[in-house]
Write a protein of this length. Structure first.
Lengths: 269, 263
């Protein structure tokens, strides 16, 4: 009782995350010193910035006057190539991802399979898309084939990992109940696991489709085909109005995909 | 019909969940397994159909020793053991009908089940069972739309459609209200009688167990402490199973229930 009496009437504060005051203050001062030091190392050539502003202005102004017509066939072909690349790589990538995800879920795969699948995922995630694209362009030459393979490869790392994690966090008892009925492994996956992870799989697939489309625009910069190649050419020729037109189309398509994925995800919940 | 011999389960953590359990369940007997949390009730039930691998000992279903079976043979034997779960364990995103038919997975091939083209006899039986538990009109509802009691009834159908010889029932009433709990227990016991099934029912609620079963096994720290008729559960016996507590109220409650049932 007396302990409580001593506490009554005193204000209460949440205990600090770092308990020792000297450590807390050292960390805080160290952080401030770092920010100041980091700021001092930035070298800005202000006259260069002034010149650059002019070019930046031209680029931004181009958006007020995008040119869809002059290079319309190039844009159309590039866009079509990108869309085909996106869809093909998403379909192939997802199809390969599903078995790898099953193998990479510790709760359903035996250890050797788990390690192999996790390695595949790790390799796919460690290699950045641009690097893979440069390698594949070197092997297969310029064009959308390299882009398609790059995106498929990247999809595997992304989708397998996230799907595997969803499988690992599924409700074990539901799957157990299916197993208890004497179901085969394939039936167990189909009845016990698949229904639980389906919304996540669909959501991730649409999200990946969206990413693949955006990536396809970047990959063109290293010669892997698609709308990126057209965009790159436009920049090289200083045709900012055409570039603006391409960027606007990309933005519209990405937003449309975003809206669509929202609709579909709400439907499958 | 079911015989456990020196069944031992030691978990990787070193916890000994079952210490040499011997138990024989004759044909058609419904028995309740009581005991405090952590006594090994769930482990015991799961060791029978090997959702948990026993460390040593034998589980004999008829003449077959389940502990030594290969995966393929184990699947075939699992068909003879229907299981009803705590918290229902329905696959929530499947329909009621799919959940019930999933009890037939051990009998149909992958493609049939994948395409949901079950044999007509299975579909008929599913409807008959759903009708028996009063849920035939819910067949195409998704399982997560049902109430707790309804879900557990679907769980019962799923176990029965396997056409089992034995029911393994794990805390069937754990998340149900008292009235629904009784209805579910009554339903399980009636169905066992109708079909001549043996059943092992894990249950927390001693009074509820006493109302419905012919035999009670008391488990404490992985060993059988009591084996006898429900009337044998005196305060002294409950103390040895659960520890010191005032048991008079629990037992009295049962007497009132009996009177109520008699009226």
């Amino acid at each position: 009782m007396s302990d409580v009496d001593a506490l009554i009437g005193k204000p209460w504060r949440k205990p600090s995350f770092v308990k020792r005051p000297w450590l807390r203050w050292t960390l805080l001062l160290g952080f401030l010193a770092y920010v100041i030091a980091a700021y001092m190392t930035i070298e800005v050539n202000w006259s260069r910035v002034y010149e650059g502003l002019e070019r930046g202005k031209k680029f931004v102004l181009a958006f007020t006057n995008p040119d869809f017509t002059t290079r319309s066939t190039d844009i159309y072909e590039g866009m079509l190539e990108s869309i085909i690349m996106t869809i093909a790589s998403s379909v192939v990538g997802i199809a390969i991802s599903i078995p790898i995800a099953l193998g990479a879920a510790r709760n359903i795969a035996p250890l050797p399979v788990y390690l192999i699948c996790r390695s595949i995922i790790a390799i796919s995630r460690a290699l950045q898309e641009i690097i893979v694209a440069i390698l594949l362009v070197a092997i297969f030459g310029f064009g959308p084939l390299a882009g398609f393979l790059t995106l498929s490869f990247a999809t595997i790392g992304f989708l397998s990992k996230l799907l595997a994690e969803d499988i690992e966090s599924m409700d074990k008892v539901q799957a157990e109940a299916i197993k208890a009925s004497g179901a085969k492994w394939t039936q167990w996956i189909n009845y016990g696991v698949q229904p639980q992870v389906m919304p996540r799989l669909i959501g991730l697939s649409i999200y990946r489709l969206d990413i693949n489309f955006r990536e396809s625009a970047i990959l063109g910069l290293v010669g892997a085909g698609g709308i990126g190649a057209t965009l790159n050419t436009a920049f090289d020729r200083y045709e900012y109005d055409t570039a603006a037109a391409i960027l606007l189309i990309i933005i519209v398509i990405v937003m449309a995909l975003e809206y669509l994925s929202g609709l579909i995800r709400a439907k499958v919940q | 019909m079911l015989r456990l011999e020196k069944l031992i389960k030691t978990y990787k953590t070193g916890d000994q969940a079952l210490k040499s359990v011997d138990l024989t369940v004759p044909e058609g007997q419904v028995l309740a397994l009581i005991g405090p949390s952590g006594a090994g009730k769930s482990t015991l039930i799961r060791c029978i159909n090997r959702l948990v691998e026993p460390t040593s000992g034998k589980v004999l279903l008829g003449d077959v020793d389940l502990t030594g079976l290969s995966q393929g043979h184990l699947r075939r034997e699992r068909r003879r053991m229907g299981m009803i779960f705590q918290e229902y364990a329905l696959v929530e995103r499947l329909s009621v009908m799919e959940n019930v038919l999933s009890g037939r997975l051990g009998y149909v091939g992958f493609w049939r089940s994948f395409l949901r083209r079950f044999p007509q006899a299975d579909v008929d039986e599913a409807f008959r069972l759903l009708d028996r538990v009063g849920l035939a009109h819910m067949a195409d509802k998704r399982a997560d739309e049902l109430s707790g009691g309804q879900r557990q009834r679907v769980g019962i159908c799923r176990a029965l459609i396997q056409n089992p010889a034995l029911l393994l029932v794990d805390e069937p009433t754990a998340s149900l209200d008292p009235k629904t709990s009784r209805q579910i227990m009554r339903l399980i016991c009636e169905l066992c009688k109708e079909r001549g099934l043996a059943a092992i029912i894990n249950i927390h609620d001693v009074a509820l167990a006493q109302m419905f079963v012919q035999r009670v096994i008391g488990l404490r720290l992985g060993a059988v402490e009591f084996d006898g008729p429900p009337e044998g559960l005196t305060p002294e016996v409950l103390t040895t199973i659960y520890g010191e507590e005032d048991w008079e109220a629990t037992i009295e409650a049962v007497d009132e229930d009996d009177i109520e049932a008699a009226e």
